[in-house]
Design a protein around this ligand. Structure first.
Ligand SMILES: [Fe+2]
Length: 529
């Protein structure tokens, strides 16, 4: 845990930065205060070749939702070809509803492929920060290159978001965020009259989750990364509750599904994603489809997965408990052929996508490490091998079907992108991890796992033992925070592991720890630096 004082200073500094931002852009008297309404910044995401989703949430004081009116508000938005908004190409008015925390989602269409745009929102005479976004290339275009950042796991209490400042500075075409955008636990100053007392620091209600997002999104560096490029986002467990699986949390709480619906609603309210239309239905967040596909011309296809909402429960759970634990190979339930991490529907959707893909590179943007990762120290016999049952190792039949689907459909250049484990890994994926690569056990795909933006990890000495015990893991670093930076060209993909010097410093520098390349037509990571 960080020292209390640093934690306090961290929060104060961030909110002061926000106050400075607000002072520079005086806002309208829209609510019970006259404060600037765009305190959480703006965002864009889910880009298509002719459109993109724009997002903001009206909230004058990030930690005080009561300062906001309950009335609906009309928010104007503009998209321009230039930063000065001289050439506006789309505009309109959106309604921000109290029922959706005055969030605004605009699904802009009719834009030109492969173009950068600038966007902003206006309420009264208050003007939001300007965000920069872009469309994907046309479906039949083969761009010469694409650059994107991969990030995950940004626990507020464990450091500054300097990594986001560096993501913004890199001017990527896209940011892929792979989960744990918030953590449901941790300190924050919830000024809400309905906030339950005496439950510690855990988010349970819709008001809790909204305040948690508002706290995180008040950070100027996180806002800068959103303002720099469109994002594609998926979630992991901590957007809801630690290690939950489908409708079950680790405490086996009877009310978990209503908590999950609150958390899913708050996720939607704070992310630049499309709500799959359900005609005739009121907003219902008991389920929320977020898995999606996105094409970048003929260069890349992103398959964005959700491995939390539809999964089977973790195998061999402890009596009276849900959630994860470490199991041995004696836990035969783990091996059941029917078990799925994605659920049957998402698995068939994914396989159909493999069959139809025309892209040079196929990127699976998903939550957790796919490569087998046996626990250390190594067991004396195979049946004593230990596995963490929350990740892909807890669902080997599901992983096998996925890798088999890649082989069967001759999926071009699959690269799995992962988060969750707060460790940089480069790995080769093959169907039988217990044997080295061979003609009948080829490397099917390459995997790169980013570290965390801030969240803590295990000691590096343990990670070195894990790498030594799992020969398909080529590299592992758990002692540094940062992000993964990818560059794709038609002939190769490069992954750079970008590590902060010091996560406790807002002004931390960054450097490349290691670089890997994947050549088109040959799965597997080759270290180049
Ligand atoms: Fe995490």
């Amino acid at each position: 845990m960080l020292p209390e004082r640093r934690l306090f200073l961290s929060q104060t500094t961030r909110l002061l930065s926000l106050a400075a931002l607000a002072a520079a852009c005086p806002g309208a008297a829209l609510a019970r205060t006259s404060a600037y309404p765009f305190s959480l910044g703006v965002a864009s995401g889910s880009p298509r070749d002719t459109g993109v989703v724009l997002w903001t949430r009206l909230l004058p004081e990030p930690l005080n939702p009561e300062a906001m009116t309950r009335a609906p508000l009309s928010v104007r938005w503009e998209v321009a070809e230039d930063e000065a908004f001289k050439r506006i190409v789309a505009d309109g008015v959106a309604t921000a509803l109290h029922e959706l925390a005055h969030s605004v989602h605009v699904d802009v269409t009719g834009l030109r492929p492969d173009r950068w745009y600038w966007y902003r929102f206006m309420l009264g005479d208050a003007i939001s920060p300007v965000g920069r976004t872009r469309t994907a290339p046309a479906a039949d275009a083969l761009p010469a290159r694409m650059r994107f950042a991969v990030a995950s796991c940004q626990h507020w209490d464990f450091g500054h978001y300097a990594a986001h400042r560096h993501i913004a500075a890199a001017e990527p075409d896209l940011v892929a965020f792979l989960g744990d955008y918030i953590y449901e636990r941790g300190q924050y100053d919830l000024k809400h009259p309905d906030a339950p007392s005496g439950r510690g620091d855990e988010s349970i209600t819709l008001a809790d989750y909204r305040s948690r997002y508002a706290q995180y999104k008040s950070d100027p560096h996180l806002q800068a990364a959103h303002h720099a490029a469109p994002w594609i986002v998926t979630w992991d467990d901590h957007e809801v509750a630690n290690d939950y699986a489908s409708d079950r949390d680790e405490r086996l709480d009877d009310n978990f599904l209503s908590r999950r619906a609150a958390a899913y609603q708050a996720f939607y309210e704070h992310m630049p994603i499309r709500l799959v239309p359900r005609p005739g239905e009121a907003h219902d967040f008991s389920n929320l489809r977020i898995y999606d596909r996105m094409e970048w011309g003929l260069l890349a296809q992103f398959h964005l997965l959700d491995n939390r909402q539809y999964r089977d429960y973790q195998a061999c759970q402890r009596p009276g408990r849900g959630g994860s634990n470490v199991v041995t190979a004696r836990c035969t339930d783990r091996l059941a052929s029917t078990r799925s991490l994605l659920g049957a529907q998402q698995e068939s959707w994914l396989t159909e996508g493999f069959a139809r893909s025309r892209a040079r590179w196929n990127l699976l943007a998903q939550q957790t490490l796919m490569a087998q990762s046996l626990h250390v120290p190594p067991a004396q016999s195979r049946e004593d091998d230990r596995f963490w049952n929350d990740g892909w190792d807890g669902y080997p039949a599901s992983r096998d079907r996925l890798l088999n689907g890649m082989k069967k459909h001759r999926l071009a250049n699959p690269i799995v992108l992962s988060g969750d484990v707060h460790t940089f890994y480069a790995a080769d994926l093959r169907q039988d991890f217990s044997r080295l690569a061979s003609d009948d056990n080829p490397v099917v795909a390459t995997e790169f796992c980013g570290t965390s933006i801030t969240s803590r990890s295990r000691a590096q000495s343990i990670t070195e033992q894990i790498v030594a015990s799992n020969p398909h893991l080529h590299y592992g670093r758990s002692d540094r925070r940062g992000f993964l930076f990818m560059e794709l060209t038609p002939s190769s993909s490069t992954a750079r592991f970008q590590a902060l010097d010091d996560v406790s410093r807002e002004d931390s520098g960054i450097s490349t720890l290691a670089s890997f390349v994947v050549e088109s037509g040959r799965a597997g990571a080759i270290r180049i630096g």
